[in-house]
Ligand binder design. Sequence first.
Ligand SMILES: C[S@@+](CC[C@H](N)C(=O)[O-])C[C@H]1O[C@@H](n2cnc3c(N)ncnc32)[C@H](O)[C@@H]1O
Length: 231
Amino acid sequence: MVASKSVPYATSKLRKRVRGLWRHFILREPPLARDGDWSEYYDTAERYAASQWLIIEPYLSASPKPDLSIVLDFACGRGRMAERFANISGKLICADMSLDAIEACRQRFAKNSNVACLVNGDESIPVPSGSITFLYSWDAMVHFSSSELEEYFVEFKRVLKADGMALIHHSNYAALSSVARPWPENPGSRAYVSAEDVRRIGEKCGLSIVKQQVIDWSLANLDCITVLKNR
Ligand SMILES: C[S@@+](CC[C@H](N)C(=O)[O-])C[C@H]1O[C@@H](n2cnc3c(N)ncnc32)[C@H](O)[C@@H]1O
């Protein structure tokens, strides 16, 4: 039992490690957030869930009000924000590229019959087209470059139903600095992306911008929340 469970994790960790080394030494590119080891983060971030929920909650009652019938948490980690959404969503789908994070979510939500947990792939989220009424991503896409954001915005456009909405927490660091460095070297490990970049990417992918709110994180105006609609 233990052995059969540990094999996929070991393989997945090894795959991440090899991809990281390949990017570093061969491609000479910065690492991707999807190849990181977030174990320490998961433990410490849990204690900030309640205060961060206070940032998200007003968006759920503001106009236009999102339809929480079928909700997707993209890059959910171990489900600290999903725990809040599980109680107010018709159905909640938690997706992450990390097998370990999804296994933790499966255990966390074992008693919630309305929650499903899925491992997503590069550029793909395994849910049917037009099936999601609302999706959100919290404290994960802040590390995504413009090209990674676009990669998944194309997929968001596909999975959202017509008029479905998305709330995306992302970096605004490029609006604060003229030095484009790899994300692990920036404050808060933020990607070199601005609110303006995300507006442009959303529109390019067929998602209209409902609103953008620049927020403070460890630095004033470091991040931004963008709300989009599938037009
Ligand atoms: C900093 S953690 C945030 C987790 C969670 N959203 C939270 O607030 O606790 C970043 C998460 O993003 C996930 N991630 C990074 N790139 C991803 C990708 N391309 N697709 C899905 N998940 C990804 C990682 O596996 C990790 O669980």
